[in-house]
Design a protein around this ligand. Sequence first.
Ligand code: ADP
Ligand code: MG
Length: 403
Amino acid sequence: MSDTTQSSKAADTSDVQTDAAQSDEEINVRIDDLSKVYDDDEGGVLAVDDLSIDIRRGEFLVLVGPSGCGKTTTLRTVAGLETPTEGRIWIEDEDVSGLEPRERGVAMVFQNYALYPHMTVRENLSFPLRIRNYPSDEIDERVEHTADLLEISELLDRKPSALSGGQQQRVALGRAIVREPSVFLMDEPLSNLDAKLRVQMRTELNEIHKRVEKTTIYVTHDQAEAMTLGDRVAVLNQGRLQQLGPPQQLYDEPVNRFVAGFIGEPPMNFLPADIVPLDDGGYRAQTDEFQIELTDDLAATVDRWGGDPASLTLGIRPEDINDAALAGDAATPANTIEAYVRVIEPMGSDKYLTLSPTAAGEYEFTARVSPASEVREDEFAELRIDRSKMHLFDDETGQNITV
Ligand code: ADP
Ligand code: MG
């Protein structure tokens, strides 16, 4: 990258939180200033933009982001299937940037598991070892061990056509495990499965990872998969790292509006409120219809930030908006708003409310309230905002000034 792109990049990625690994933790894979440009008719697509991530030994690291953000490209570059335009890949303290895929000690599992249909499960599992000329007793031993680990021992003599989707995916995983790689690379391995099986396999992957204890880099566009599987999660957007950290940290302290909106379901609400100073200090968030007083902490944050409060957007997660009728004394004029209930969706454990500031519905936002709530559709409801959970985003940079 040229100097000019570097410096402009430095300016607008000030919100990036990289959570650098501790020095006493062993780094297994290092993605080091990686950029990848694909040639096309219009002079190139910047698929990965100056990405650096240190992955610790044994860690389950998830790369998550919307379609086209550069996840697959990053993974394929680690695997050696793509050449970096800039930057390097390190595995086991070795710069592997110039090495062939088979020389890197990695095994990749794809979305499309493509088992050999004419081979049994045993033959499918043996194949990666046979082509590498392993002795047959070692092949047998590793296949048995892998089948055991994946709990598919009783399926060894079946053909793939006699397996369910989940079983096929397990065999595909097995083909990577038998090779005993130092690093697993997985590209949306569950996305061909139906929703229920996907959730089940997610749990199994967690268990398998605990047993195998191998460094894993896992790619998905599904934030729920990222949250449940990752020791740490790297959120990418347009080829750039937005935030890297443990799942709960991304949820509680999203560094910018992109991460705030991407992690969490239903997503965080962004309300078109003006942040206006109060006469005797402090601020309130005000729309045409309601106002919420900022906590002292949040007001101090706005002061410290020092920008124009009119250029802030208020973010609040659905579960931090509750039925005021159930809040007792905790609901006060400072934290309670009135909104029109458009739709109620009972989820069993919660009710999702689709709300708008007036019956006309200029915009909508979502609340996740207790199933005991008695609010009704097509009526106004009093809602209590958990003000300590409010986020404020700088409209210009997208940065969350509250973290
Ligand atoms: P993801 O896996 O996050 O969906 P990809 O890494 O596949 O994203 O793609 C990142 C960007 O690079 C996209 O804009 C995509 O269109 C482009 N891209 C990916 N592979 C190629 C390729 N072989 N040639 C040209 N452009 C590509
Ligand atoms: Mg992809």
